[in-house]
Design a protein around this ligand. Structure first.
Ligand SMILES: [Zn+2]
Ligand SMILES: [Zn+2]
Length: 145
């Protein structure tokens, strides 16, 4: 099956060759800033399971180990990936059918806003809990995203 998504203006489109997994909200400050929101909603595939089918995102190197991709025209955050490892993420909200993925966990909870109450019962991890993010999908996580 193919899962598709893209930015708000439609200039950047992508396809995932499998159902994404490791769906999470990251509450870390870097994700908050990158998303311009109170957390970043991300879901993962292996790097060779993601292809850009129309246009390409602009990439911003948010640290020396990771980059984030967004549409240069409309600004939609689309992508997060570490340089090392096989996994990368797209933003849940950019999926054409975000309702098809289900939240699995929270990361970066040390920076979760104190008034944010999601009550979803999902497991919670701090940013330095490096080995468990999304079933180990990201092998080189550090606090620098
Ligand atoms: Zn766009
Ligand atoms: Zn984060």
């Amino acid at each position: 099956m193919t899962v598709t998504g893209g930015c708000q203006c439609g200039r950047v489109r992508y396809a995932l060759s499998v159902t994404p997994r490791g769906t999470h909200f990251c509450h870390c400050r870097m994700c908050q800033r990158a998303a311009g929101n109170v957390f970043a909603g991300l879901t993962g595939v292996k790097k060779d399971e993601l292809s850009w089918t129309r246009g390409e995102p602009a990439f911003y190197r948010s640290s020396n180990v990771a980059q984030r991709g967004f549409c240069r025209d409309c600004g939609t955050p689309l992508y997060f990936g570490y340089d090392k490892g096989d996994w990368n993420c797209v933003t849940i909200g950019s999926l054409d059918r975000p309702e098809d993925v289900s939240l699995e966990t929270h990361y970066g909870v040390e920076s979760r806003l104190p008034w944010l109450q999601l009550c979803d019962g999902m497991p919670e991890h701090e940013s330095d809990d490096s080995d468990t993010r999304a079933t180990g999908m990201i092998s080189n996580q550090s606090e620098a995203e």
